[in-house]
Write a protein that binds this ligand. Structure first.
Ligand SMILES: Cc1ncc(COP(=O)(O)O)c(C=O)c1O
Length: 430
């Protein structure tokens, strides 16, 4: 980590700075007791990132020198990339790169307008048709990001006489979508279909309702209990949206996601996905019935009031989908690496929670210990993502790891060796 500042503070001050960064610093109320009308007043006291940087413990916004898929370069050092969402490892696939380059030459850098007006090309429509075919739905609609997909879909459906009922562990974009929506939001306990049932039984019968779940949970790597949730939704005659951002390309037949994983194709009303993970691009989509998508296309604010997905990104996503269809063995490869990594970490004694996929959280607990472990792993050639409060509860900090289809067996073995050596050094393992 040559480019980070050398430590200027003793370890105790470092610990205090770090605790401040993660706990008090994020509880913004600390700065809210100032008088006056200057909205910037709160920012002047926000010195915690600077303090953490000074003790080489600031884990965010670290620039990569290169990112080639399974291997990246940071601070001039090669690292095994174990902290991306590039599950199929397609960001450097020759066909994907070529497709993006061709689209760039043909269409230029941007369409500079929303899908509704001047921002749709035949490429966008082709991508939508291929996604619908892949998932076996009537239609699909492409948005500019996965985040915007949830915003547009949920806020256009959940009106003032509706309720969105979401899993507590759903992605932030789903929560933000519910804030934008006019209707109410209720939450059920993570992956607990019985609790969902209880909420639905109590719900005013005049309210329309959308249940929203993640298929694969982005931090825990666990899979939604879809059979139980579908049963409850059908019994209460409410619609179900599944956000399969981390499931498509990773689970199900040929990477078709959570419904396919459970043999329940066609049992979900709407499927949201993103191109920023298995599809090696950016962008998002929703797949479902034509009439519902027609509504979303015209009333989804993030569709109507934001510029469309650049053609090069659409082309990269389309080429990635074609590669996935032709090479379903990529899905087996990412699952196999996930299994090797998870069982290896578990055998050593690390806590990988409820993970069932190639997303594997390693819970360390203490925030400072987690970031120190993250830093030492990079120095040993392994890149992971530290996840601290407020993304997880205080004292439940973890390193999020994830595999790629294009990792080599030796790279996963190397990673496991580093976890073992450092785990012992940090007193996390016997
Ligand atoms: C479950 C889930 N949904 C939606 C998104 C947003 O996707 P994007 O990064 O494409 O905006 C993410 C991003 O991490 C996610 O994990």
């Amino acid at each position: 980590m040559a480019k980070q500042a050398e430590p200027e503070t003793d370890p105790q001050t470092a610990a205090l700075a770090f605790a401040g960064l993660t706990i008090e610093g994020m509880l913004r109320g600390r700065y809210d007791d100032q008088d006056g009308r200057d909205i910037f007043a709160k920012v002047h006291g926000f010195k915690l990132p600077e303090q953490a940087r000074a003790v080489r413990l600031y884990p965010f916004f670290q620039p990569l020198d290169r990112n080639d898929g399974p291997v990246a370069k940071i601070y001039g050092r090669e690292v095994i990339m174990l902290g991306s969402n590039n599950y199929l490892g397609l960001t450097r696939h020759p066909r994907v790169v070529q497709a993006a380059q061709d689209a760039l030459s043909e269409h230029g850098t941007s369409l500079t307008g929303s899908r509704l007006l001047n921002g749709t090309t035949h490429l966008h429509e082709k991508l939508e048709n291929r996604i619908a075919e892949f998932l076996g739905t009537e239609a699909a609609v492409v948005f500019t990001t996965g985040y915007q997909t949830n915003l547009g879909v949920i806020s256009s459906l959940v009106d003032s006489r509706s309720v969105a009922i979401v899993d507590k562990a759903d992605h932030a974009s789903i929560y933000d979508a519910c804030r934008l929506a006019e209707g109410e939001m209720l939450r059920f306990r993570h992956n607990d279909a019985q609790h969902l049932d209880t909420i639905l039984r109590r719900l005013d019968k005049k309210k329309t309702c959308l249940v929203v779940i993640d298929g694969v949970f982005s931090m825990g790597g666990d899979i939604a209990d879809l059979p139980a949730i579908v049963e409850v939704c059908q019994r209460h005659q409410v619609r179900l949206l599944i956000d399969d951002a981390h499931a498509i390309g990773a689970i199900g037949t040929g990477g078709r996601g959570t419904a396919s994983h459970f043999g329940m194709d066609g049992k979900v009303d709407l499927t949201v996905g993103t191109f920023s993970k298995s599809f090696a691009s950016v962008g998002g989509f929703v797949a479902g019935s034509r009439s519902v998508l027609e509504w979303i296309k015209h009333f989804g604010r993030s569709m109507v009031f934001s510029a469309s997905l650049p053609p090069a990104s659409a082309a990269a996503a389309l080429a990635s989908l074609e590669v996935l269809i032709e090479e379903p063995e990529l899905v087996e490869a990412v699952q196999r690496h996930g299994e090797t990594l998870r069982s290896g970490l578990n055998e050593m004694g690390f806590d990988t929670g409820e993970s069932q996929t190639s997303i594997i959280p390693v819970t360390i607990g203490d925030e400072l210990a987690t970031v120190t472990f993250w830093r030492d792993l990079i120095e040993c050639g392994v890149y992971t993502n530290p996840v601290i409060f407020p993304a997880v509860a205080i004292g439940k900090a973890l390193l999020r790891t994830s595999c790629m289809a294009t990792h080599k067996d030796e790279q996963i073995e190397f990673v496991l060796e580093q976890f073992q050596t450092l785990g012992r050094k940090h007193g996390l393992l016997p």
